[in-house]
Design a protein around this ligand. Structure first.
Ligand code: C5P
Length: 227
């Protein structure tokens, strides 16, 4: 069982969501997927016919969107204006636009506050929480007892993403996915506000040569060691 906060950061395709959810389940903790929140705001932007690179309009849509985010690792819930958008936010349109939306400072300000409220509530109830994203250990929850930075070779990450998309019924090519992974890494790492990077106090776990069970074993070991 876990009482504190585990911060899980790193780029996409490292298996971060899968292992974060399973870690939370195994520790009887809550789970917060911050990427889903950026994706839901992006969906709101696209539905409003706002250009994702038009920062002031994006900020306005974000301020008006009603997001509901759940913390049950069995059923991570994400709603936009009451509607369940869990499937739609994984689509190609949202994936293409999300980095631009996530680079808008007002969007980050809003979502980081919401994330901190969710974390404070878990803390207040004395339950642990596993939080995954890009800036958790550095910005959202610098007080986290364990900070993990997951990595993997870009090509391995592209292959995993393609397999996942195919399993979920989306048709994608490995080349396109590889290009998207590189483009998002580049964008997320070079933005002005909270760029993606490994914090000095984060433990790096390279998942290139590990399967899900192998990563989880390493994470449980780290939790025990740190707690
Ligand atoms: O993790 P996921 O791929 O769902 O995240 C989607 C996008 O949301 C990332 O590419 C990044 O641009 C943004 N993001 C972020 N900060 C977070 C989580 C996600 O900027 N904490």
């Amino acid at each position: 069982e876990l009482r504190g906060i585990v911060a899980m950061d790193g780029p996409s395709g490292t298996g971060k969501s899968t292992v974060s959810r399973r870690l939370a389940r195994g520790l009887r903790a809550r789970y917060l997927d911050t990427g889903a929140m950026y994706r839901a705001v992006t969906l709101a932007v696209l539905r409003s016919d706002v250009d994702p690179t038009d920062a002031p309009s994006v900020a306005r849509v974000a301020a008006e969107a009603r997001l509901t985010v759940g913390t049950d690792p069995e059923h991570p819930e994400i709603r936009l204006d009451g509607e369940d958008v869990a499937a739609e936010i994984r689509g190609e349109r949202v994936t293409r636009a999300v980095s631009a939306v996530a680079a808008v400072p007002e969007v980050r300000g809003l979502l980081v506050s919401r994330q901190q409220e969710v974390i404070a509530e878990a803390d207040g109830a004395d339950v642990g929480i596993v939080v995954e994203g890009r800036d958790i250990g550095e910005v959202v929850a610098p007080q986290a007892g364990l900070k993990v930075y997951l990595t993997a070779d870009a090509e391995v990450r592209a292959r995993r993403r393609t397999a996942q998309d195919t399993a979920q019924g989306r048709r994608v090519s490995l080349d396109e996915t590889h290009a998207d992974v590189r483009r998002r890494d580049e964008f997320d790492s070079s933005r002005a506000v909270s760029p993606l990077r490994r914090g000095t106090d984060a433990v790096e776990v390279d998942t290139t040569h590990l399967d899900v069970a192998g990563v989880l074993a390493e994470l449980f070991r780290l939790v025990v060691e740190n707690g």
